[in-house]
Write a protein that binds this ligand. Structure first.
Ligand SMILES: NC(=O)c1ccc[n+]([C@@H]2O[C@H](COP(=O)([O-])OP(=O)(O)OC[C@H]3O[C@@H](n4cnc5c(N)ncnc54)[C@H](O)[C@@H]3O)[C@@H](O)[C@H]2O)c1
Length: 347
């Protein structure tokens, strides 16, 4: 299976190694808005093609599948470009920044009828699989994702969805995945402590699900202690309580010699990434399902959007049953720039 990688930054480079470690897979094309990165990536991975323009390059690429690992504001448009060509996609979260854009990508995916996976790698963590096995019907789940302040990075900026774009999608997906029910209501409070911009850097979300389950999701840029971990999960059904914690994929030491049938990296987050890639490749080959599909990506965007709405309005937000895709149209058509600057947040 030949892959095109779009976005050859930190995450794209990791994908390059993971794809090379996947039996029967190789990288045929590297695309990055920075041409020197694209060219260096192609050289490193032995890819015949490289380009700075995804729209043009995907049309010419001899690729069976596309991995999208770019900054968040470009995800929806790049997904659309790949879907226009009927190419299966493994997309880094978030699927889109706002719900209407996520709905449009879903409409394109339905029309293309191809596999679209969202890389919710945390679902493959052994500790979380154990929790799901031991507590199939949790009454309460707590998920916390913490990073160092993002004020110097594009990931923290409002135009890329801020802390909810980066961590919110993953944490909200994990809560829904563990509770195994449809979210019905959401409340949220936020604070601005580590940054000067308008956007919240710490968000606490409460969710109620159809089956009565409750979840508390906290995402924040307050950093972790030297002994701490970046993600923490607690789940309970009133009888059994389980906890787990760990690092995020890009953190900690990482093996560079990726060979053989696994990722060649012993860290759970790295192994989980590899599981996610393998499940996607198998789904493209017609065997099984990806770790998380496009509807999971849509729900995470819906919840992250609702969290920002709750911060702005200070109201409880009802979560509509997974909304039907809106008609096809350009992404960001109804997403005014002033709104995106702070997502309606008021401290
Ligand atoms: N799963 C993981 O292990 C993991 C870890 C870190 C980041 N991420 C995710 O990966 C994605 C990229 O993050 P990163 O840390 O690698 O960022 P990065 O800034 O290191 O790299 C992003 C790259 O995308 C390129 N790019 C941006 N827009 C583009 C476009 N329209 N077309 C082509 N290239 C474009 C940039 O030039 C840059 O090289 C984000 O979605 C992030 O949340 C995932």
């Amino acid at each position: 299976m030949q892959f095109a990688i779009v976005g050859y930054g930190k995450c794209g480079r990791d994908y390059g190694s993971l794809i090379q470690a996947l039996r029967g897979a190789s990288v045929s094309c590297v695309i990055d808005a920075d041409p020197s990165r694209a060219e260096a990536g192609a050289r490193t991975l032995g890819a015949a093609q490289w380009s700075a323009n995804a729209t043009v390059a995907l049309r010419r690429a001899s690729a069976d599948a596309v991995v999208i690992a770019t900054s968040h504001a470009s995800h929806a448009q790049l997904a659309r470009d790949a879907l226009d060509l009927g190419l299966p996609i493994l997309l880094e979260a978030p699927l889109a920044l706002r719900l209407p854009d996520a709905q449009r990508v879903v409409a394109y995916a339905r029309a293309a009828g191809t596999v679209v996976a969202v890389n919710f790698w945390a679902r493959a963590l052994p500790a979380l699989r154990r929790i799901r096995r031991r507590i199939p019907r949790p009454t309460f789940v707590r998920v916390e994702f913490v990073v160092d302040p993002l004020s110097e990075s594009w990931t923290g900026s409002a135009e890329h969805g801020g802390v909810m774009g980066l961590l919110g999608s993953h944490a909200l997906d994990l809560a829904s995945f563990l509770i195994r029910s449809r979210p019905r209501y959401l409340q949220a409070m936020g604070g601005r402590h580590t940054r000067r911009a308008d956007l919240a850097d710490t968000v606490s979300v409460s969710l109620r699900f159809d089956n009565g389950g409750l979840a508390r999701v906290v995402v924040g840029e307050y950093g972790r202690s030297r002994l701490g971990a970046s993600w923490h999960v607690l789940a309970t059904d009133g009888t059994i309580t389980e906890t787990a914690h760990g690092d995020l994929p890009g953190e900690g030491s990482r093996s560079t010699g990726l060979t053989g049938t696994d990722a060649g990296c012993s860290r759970p987050a790295c192994q989980a990434q590899f599981e996610s890639l393998r499940a996607f490749a198998e789904a493209v080959a017609g065997q099984g399902k990806p770790l998380a599909g496009i509807d999971d990506g849509l729900r995470a965007v819906q919840l992250a959007d609702a969290a920002y709405e709750a911060l702005g309005s200070r109201r409880r937000i009802p979560i509509a049953a997974t909304p039907l895709p809106v008609g096809a149209g350009p992404v960001y058509a109804d997403d005014p720039a002033p709104y995106r600057r702070n997502h309606g947040f008021r401290a």
